[in-house]
Design a protein around this ligand. Structure first.
Ligand code: BDR
Ligand code: CA
Length: 311
């Protein structure tokens, strides 16, 4: 059965690749809309990138709505041009979208779409959780309309922001993450342990070119800067973080994990944004998040390359 989903994102190289994966699975996913949140680059740029990605893939019928441009409490958005490039889509040369975003605010779009859709909807979050927190605070009744939230963010152990404690999406808006993780939604966390199984090595990137279509070439061009940044973090190639979240929605059997209690550190200057995962179930609080920690790398790349070969 086709799953209705809303994708909240901050494209972002890996967000864009995640969108290409989702777009290619028309029989499995009904994308009701894309909402954007300031993250990898500022809000106007991530919104332009979401529109451009749709345009490139002939998916201009999908509504795109801009959401929040800054975190709930923190006043500064920590962007990642050093990883995703100035535009946010690496070195890719993109034709500009012919449309702008919808007039409605992304948060209101999420609320209205959840209420309007006859089925429960899966939320896929690929950036800071600001829009989802705002939606849950504005209208807590949307909880009953959500099938599941799958978010890319957090880590059981090491982060990927300066200081090494927090993962980028949660670091950017820890207060939003706190609201969302304590909202009662059925939630799955795709954190950095899991996404480390999605390292696109140079060899695999070269294989993209053999697919011989403009989208695969665009992905090749996009990942170069991220590849360099990820080598610097000791990885073997560009880590396709956000793609794992869409892959989970399509094929959860590729993943391992367990239900854990997850808290978010909001205050400490040393560890702000850290997800405190009770992996061994030692604290007294009940588990509220399915935390993944492993993924089948071969199955993941087969899924992705199969998707990219359809363009
Ligand atoms: C996350 O941070 C962003 O830079 C990526 O798009 C991904 O969502 C990984 O920590
Ligand atoms: Ca992202």
């Amino acid at each position: 059965m086709t799953k209705p989903i809303i994708i909240d994102c901050d494209p972002g190289v890996d967000d864009a690749v995640a969108l290409f994966l989702a777009f290619s699975r028309k029989n499995d996913l009904n994308i009701l809309g894309i909402t954007t949140v300031g993250g990898n680059v500022p809000l106007n740029a991530v919104t332009a990138n979401a529109l451009t990605t749709c345009h490139h893939a002939n998916m201009n019928h999908i509504p795109v709505h801009a959401g929040c441009g800054r975190p709930l409490v923190k006043t500064h958005l920590y962007t990642a041009e050093h990883v995703h490039g100035k535009s946010g889509l690496g070195n890719a040369q993109l034709s500009l979208a012919l449309r702008g975003p919808g007039a409605q605010h992304g948060v209101d779009f999420i609320i209205e779409t959840l209420h309007a859709h006859p089925q429960k909807v899966t939320l896929v979050a690929l950036g800071p959780l600001t829009n989802l927190a705002m939606a849950l605070v504005k209208d807590p009744s949307i909880r009953d309309k959500v099938e599941e939230l799958v978010f890319m963010g957090g880590a059981i152990y090491e982060g990927n922001t300066p200081g090494g404690q927090a993962e980028f999406n949660i670091y950017n808006d820890p207060h939003a993450a706190h609201v969302v993780l304590n909202s009662g939604l059925k939630t799955t966390m795709i954190g950095l342990e899991t996404t480390s199984y999605a390292q696109l090595t140079r060899e695999r990137a070269q294989e993209l070119l053999t697919l011989g279509n403009p989208t695969a070439k665009m992905v090749f061009d996009m990942v170069e800067l991220m590849h360099i940044a990820d080598l610097d973090w000791g990885k073997k190639g560009c880590v396709l973080h956000d793609v794992c979240a869409v892959a989970y929605v399509l094929s959860p059997q590729y993943f391992k994990g367990k239900a854990c209690h997850v808290a978010v550190e909001m205050d400490s200057p040393l560890t702000q944004g850290r997800t405190v995962v009770d992996w061994h179930g030692k604290n007294s609080q009940s588990a509220q998040v399915f935390v993944t920690n492993e993924m089948d790398t071969e199955a993941f790349f087969t899924l992705l390359f199969q998707a990219l070969s359809t363009y």
